[in-house]
Design a binder for this molecule. Sequence first.
Ligand code: SIN
Length: 331
Amino acid sequence: MAADRAVDTRVRVGSVELAHAVMTAAGTSGHGAELARYCDLSGLGAVVVKSLSVMPWPGNPAPRLHPLPDGMINSVGLQGPGVAGWFDEFFPELVTSRCRVVISLWGRSLDEYRQAALAVADGLRRAGRAADGVVAVEVNLSCPNLEGRRGIFAHDAELSAAVIDASVAAMSGATRPVWAKLSPNTDRLVEIAGAVRGAGAEAVTLVNTVLGLVLDPETGRAVLGNGGGGVSGRIIHPVAQRAVFDVASAHPDLPIVGVGGVSSAAEAVALLQAGASAVQVGTATFADPRAPATVARDLVTWAAAHGITRLSDLTGVAHRGGIHPLPPAQG
Ligand code: SIN
């Protein structure tokens, strides 16, 4: 029997059932169906689109990306067409590709988040049945690349909770759950996850990029146009594992979407075992646009080879003693 028929790939993230545990990550698969020419997007759990603000936004000065061994650093600065422009320009091709969609949104203030969520709710209402594939809204509280920011929202439990509260209220009637994308650049992650959950987030996405800076020794200046940026890719995978594990330990009933350095099935398995219900493939897609589909396929092969018949059974294995529990310590 083919591996994909022997393994049930469906997973649940809160109220959302996904056909597969592997999705794309915001900001790494374009605004719409750009990856459709490389892989069947409907075979993924969902496509998470690049974070949208209520207004079109130009982003940061170039250069915006710089490769690193086992990853990269970026300071794209959330360039995007704005929610209304996105619905006009990019949403139709996602509908055509018949994939599940997670809309990611951002703002520079509580009110901008609220306005972005209201605009998303309005867009969904206008789209009607065409928007059936939109399964959730991921609120990005964790971008490190906003010029003039007072700090990353996701480093402040109260502010994060207020943003989620406002987003949930703005989305009421649009019947889509709100997920909160959090930052690894804080030692208060567990507390912040609890705060956003209390404010109505149905799941948390862990984690966004790690704050970094790369200087060019020949010039003594930053390689990125905006100075510092966010480090992503395999290099941050242990950071993501730790974040997922710690939050799952503290909040065992809070659904987690794991992201950070997933380039192969092994890393997807590790984040699921750490406590994630689903994973996102991000930076790997820049090197190979087929990466999300490859990880999705190889995860199924891995599960079949290990006698696992449901991908959902991998979630939290590390909290249950691992696959091969150690013998009890001798007195
Ligand atoms: C960016 O566009 O600067 C990256 C987005 C993010 O880190 O949230």
